[in-house]
Ligand binder design. Structure first.
Ligand code: AMP
Length: 222
């Protein structure tokens, strides 16, 4: 990665909109979304050793071990398409991951450009997550908040094959929220201490959050 390339982190509980907004930032700024959740789901689907170890942990709504996540992320960060800068979505999630990220970046003369916390109400997250589904192309939809213009057809690619995540059910979402508060929320203070934290209200419309995020990114990464 170029040493002046932006490194953005999206922080927030499941359902806060990290994936949706990261994809929009890709479009708006030419950055690359790195979602450790997507990487782990791909590992599970292809039956790698890491995937076999991660599967049950993910289905229970717990966090996969730092070792597995870091190995997958490092491998992805070594690929050439990340050169223009990255948006980390769902990583780091623990103190250990945040420290490892700092180490990885500093080896390349870099540091985190901004950590943006998407601020939401927990109670609303169970409904948000339970209703979501994704096209095979990666475009996200929601039963209530974001239906395709033509029912059953993806706005983005015209595809008709959609899927729902195994862990997007109310019971597992509650476990994921617990894991977020116990292990990930402390990172808000960690990045505040480093002077790179920004907070935005993420309870409103997707388009308004996109605008607010875009202004922040323009300020730090233009
Ligand atoms: P996500 O797609 O970000 O909601 O992640 C889905 C699941 O993958 C989480 O509930 C965890 O089990 C696992 N996961 C994703 N990213 C991480 C991470 N950085 N550290 C540990 N587990 C993760």
């Amino acid at each position: 990665m170029a040493s002046n390339a932006p490194v953005l982190i999206l922080l927030g509980p499941p359902g806060a909109g990290k994936g949706t907004q990261a994809r929009m930032l890709e479009e708006d700024f030419g950055l690359v979304q790195l979602s450790t959740g997507d990487m782990l789901r791909a590992a599970v689907a292809s039956g790698t050793e890491a995937g076999r170890k991660a599967k049950a942990v993910m289905e229970a709504g717990q966090l996969v071990s730092d070792d597995i996540v870091l190995a997958i992320l490092k491998d992805r960060m070594s690929q050439p398409d990340v050169a223009k800068g990255i948006i980390l979505d769902g990583f780091p999630r623990t103190d250990g991951q945040a420290a490892a990220l700092d180490g990885l970046l500093s080896a390349n003369g870099q540091k985190v450009t901004a950590a943006i916390s998407l601020e939401v109400d927990d109670e609303a997250m169970v409904g948000r997550v339970s209703g979501r589904y994704t096209c095979a192309c990666g475009e996200g939809y929601h039963d209530q908040f974001k239906q395709p213009a033509k029912a059953g057809t993806c706005d983005k690619c015209g595809g008709t094959s959609f899927k729902r995540r195994a862990d997007d059910n109310a019971e597992t979402v509650r476990e994921r929220l617990k894991a977020y508060h116990a292990q990930t929320a402390p990172l808000i203070a960690y990045y505040e201490g480093k002077g790179v934290l920004q907070k935005i209200d993420a309870m409103g419309a997707i388009a308004d959050i996109r605008t607010a995020l875009g202004q922040i990114v323009q300020g730090v990464a233009a």
